[in-house]
Design a protein around this ligand. Sequence first.
Ligand SMILES: [Cu+2]
Length: 98
Amino acid sequence: MIRTTMAAGLLIMLGAVGALAQTGSTEGEIRRVDRETGKITLRHGPIAGDLEMPAMSMVFQVKDPALLDKLQPGDRVTATILKENGVFYLQSAEKQQR
Ligand SMILES: [Cu+2]
């Protein structure tokens, strides 16, 4: 019974998080990949839409740990940024053809 209530509470929390999630797409260059902390530094261009941000260099938590193996400093990428509960994540990044 308690378990059921907790599960329901978790679902409600997830719903609230979903409502706070915003995404934006940008292009940039990978500057640093830190496997220890699961963070990637991306020098990104301006981001339009909900996440409106000027160009800058910024550290992102990765959503998918596979990105840490796929990306290297110097890679030019098209990236999707996710802001969830005030935290910025690199949600996806596709390497651009040179
Ligand atoms: Cu930024």
